[in-house]
Design a protein around this ligand. Structure first.
Ligand code: GTP
Ligand code: MG
Length: 200
């Protein structure tokens, strides 16, 4: 898949301001600071399209980006970082529930987890939540450049175990810095969209 066109359509916390049409969503979810906005920028080949920051809690609303006029890439606010304000933490669950309830065409969730650490309690809760709602999700292990290749397999195994994933559950190792995993992820997204009848 080639990203030919991308435009920000909305950033909001209010469902009435979500885009309403027949295009499906591919949404990014994960702990604050895990690299959601960086991954989005890497996918669309833009340096600072979605704002990134070393301070957790940068993305405070739901961002809808229309890609190739065909689907929405959705940057969701991060969860579970102690330094994120109490206000954002309080708003997170109702905001996500509103999102899940109001997006019938959620084709794929990419669940980002940090390859350096075992999953957090919130990572596991998120995985269980997605399974509970029978959402189609893929796990992306981010910041791969920070782990030497020799240690990757061990870390990935810990992630699979900690998240309770089937051995065949799709998992892509990714780095926004080196672009490792980018092509694989684009291919996966393209395949998923095709399966719901959307050609990109
Ligand atoms: P919130 O919006 O706060 O939820 O965070 P986020 O998940 O959008 O994270 P963001 O993309 O802003 O990245 C957080 C920090 O991690 C930034 O300092 C990024 O530069 C860094 N980062 C993200 N991805 C990678 C990566 O693949 N490798 C390395 N080395 N650093 C990364
Ligand atoms: Mg962000």
């Amino acid at each position: 898949m080639k990203v030919k066109r991308i435009e920000e359509i909305a950033h909001t916390m209010k469902p009435e301001e979500f885009p309403r049409d027949e295009r499906p969503d591919v949404a990014l979810v994960g702990r604050s600071n895990v690299g959601k906005s960086s991954l989005l920028n890497s996918l669309v080949n833009r340096k600072n399209f979605a704002r990134t920051s070393s301070t957790p809690g940068k993305t405070r609303a739901i961002y809808f980006y229309l890609v190739n006029n065909a689907f929405y890439l959705v940057d969701l606010p991060g969860y579970g970082y102690a330094r994120v304000s109490a206000e954002l933490r309080q708003k997170w669950t109702p905001m996500m529930e509103k999102y899940f309830r109001n997006r019938p065409l959620l084709a794929l969730l990419a669940h980002l987890v940090d390859i350096r650490h075992p999953p957090t309690r919130e990572d596991l809760l998120m995985a269980e939540w997605m399974r509970h709602f029978r959402l189609n999700y893929l796990v992306v292990a981010t910041k791969a450049d920070k782990v030497p290749r020799g240690r990757r397999a061990q870390n990935l195994k810990a992630l699979r175990q900690g998240l309770g994933l089937h051995p065949e559950h799709p998992l892509i190792t990714f780095s926004a810095k080196t672009k490792e995993g980018r092509e694989e992820l684009l291919k996966f997204i393209k395949g998923t969209l095709l399966s719901v009848g959307v050609k990109v």
